[in-house]
Design a protein around this ligand. Structure first.
Ligand SMILES: Nc1ncnc2c1ncn2[C@@H]1O[C@H](COP(=O)(O)OP(=O)(O)OP(=O)(O)O)[C@@H](O)[C@H]1O
Ligand SMILES: [Mg+2]
Length: 390
């Protein structure tokens, strides 16, 4: 076969699309899977399979049919029991079945981080009914944040300021959770100075880190990110130490190779672990212009057992998201020339449909400082116009 490795990509969004490009540059053959046809990564992959990643039978059948060298999850919502079963049979799950299982559930990864590894986290409690939510809030105090244990991109998440808002937050979490386990985490609201993603690569020669990425979130979803972000050497060292502990633990029985996005809150010199993705992170899209090896290149290299430089550098850069504001199946874009006038680059993901707040593209910019890069990226994102034909 004229390729170096066969990869089954589970989830075919914009992060998967960039990963496909990186993997194909290294000679891989990629089968891109997702629940809908013509997803962003499918458009650049060698072949595609359309099925729900939560359908265990179809997932097993896709792995058995394609016999991939690597199964690379791009989304959190996957029938992870099937991945564990396949790993036991010798299939290489990236980074490991354990990592995909633990990170899919906020309570599972929190138990490992806080209890087993002793990392500093916010004060938290779990609850499976309103009564337990009330008890949890007594432990965390107000304000607190309530999140379904299974959800992503801020879905079902709300900030609660007083006792009488608890019921509404519980109902909202249950209505927007994924899966059938009615369980939430009640977290103390961390009044952080800033938050970061520390891209951490676990590879054949050890663990490498990218310069920290700062980001700003709204509705639990990322709006802009920049790299590097100013942080004391002491705080970076704390974050790196925690990230190393988590990624080493998540390797489990799998190889544990790949890139992880480890999220932290920083207040003064105190670094607080939040959560992580065992795969490229959305805020890491900025590395498409800031680093000579992007987060997607690093993921592909680590997985394929290739060398990763010990020192990964970044020049000041930023990303800003381009969001849709309504449901549509007939989209078109304009304004790219104006958007690029100040030197920004634009990525349009090619999603076949839109809905309110869906991320359709991103603006990227490099400049003399991250402040300047943020301004350019944000202005550029605002100049891209999405037209809806229906
Ligand atoms: N305990 C907290 N204190 C303060 N802010 C918080 C807390 N938990 C979450 N947030 C804010 O909400 C954002 C999203 O939370 P979190 O990362 O836990 O959810 P998520 O749904 O997994 O998001 P994503 O999938 O986009 O990473 C955080 O990046 C942070 O800005
Ligand atoms: Mg997050």
């Amino acid at each position: 076969m004229p390729f170096t490795a066969k990869i089954l990509l589970l989830g075919s969004g914009e992060l998967g699309r960039e990963f496909v490009i990186s993997a194909k540059r290294l000679g891989a053959y990629v089968v891109a899977c997702d629940a809908y046809d013509n997803a962003p990564a499918m458009q650049v992959a060698d072949s595609r399979e359309v099925f729900s990643m939560l359908d265990g039978e179809q997932l097993r059948s896709a792995i058995e049919t394609h016999q991939p060298d690597y199964v690379v999850p791009e989304v959190e919502a996957i029938r992870t029991e099937v991945l564990a079963e396949m790993e036991a049979k010798g299939v290489n799950i990236v980074p490991s079945a354990r990592a995909t299982q633990l990170t899919m559930n906020r309570d599972a990864i929190r138990d490992v981080a806080a209890d087993e590894l002793g990392l500093r986290t916010s004060v938290y409690a779990y609850a499976k009914n309103l009564e337990e939510v009330r008890a949890g809030a007594v432990k965390t105090g107000f304000p607190c944040i309530i999140k379904p244990v299974m959800s992503s991109s801020g879905k079902g998440q709300s900030t609660v300021r007083s006792e009488d808002e608890l019921e509404g937050a519980w109902d909202y979490a249950v209505a927007n959770m994924r899966g059938d386990r009615q369980r939430v985490i009640v977290e103390q609201f961390v009044d952080f100075d800033y938050e970061i993603t520390l891209l951490t690569v676990r590879h054949r020669d050890g663990v490498s880190f990218c310069p920290p990425i700062g980001h700003r979130q709204e509705r639990g979803d990322y709006q802009e990110s920049w790299q590097p972000t100013a942080m004391s050497d002491e705080a970076i060292a704390q974050a790196q130490d925690m990230a190393r502990k988590v990624v080493d633990d998540l390797a489990g029985d799998g190889g544990g190779y790949g890139l992880f996005g480890v999220e932290f809150f920083v207040k003064g010199e105190e670094v607080i672990f939040s959560e992580l993705s065992p795969r490229p992170h959305d805020t890491g899209m900025v590395t498409s212009v800031s680093q000579n090896l992007t987060e997607f290149d690093l993921h592909a290299r680590a997985i394929m057992g290739l060398h990763i430089p010990e020192l990964i550098r970044a020049r000041p850069a930023a990303s800003a998201v381009i969001l849709a504001d309504r449901d549509s199946e007939t989209l078109s874009y304009s304004g790219l020339a104006e958007a690029m006038a100040e030197g920004a680059d634009i990525r349009i993901f090619g999603k076949p449909t839109s809905r309110p707040y869906r991320r359709m593209g991103v603006a990227l910019a490099c400049a003399g400082s991250t402040d300047e890069a943020r301004r350019i990226a944000k202005d550029a994102a605002g100049k891209v116009r999405i037209s809806y034909g229906d």
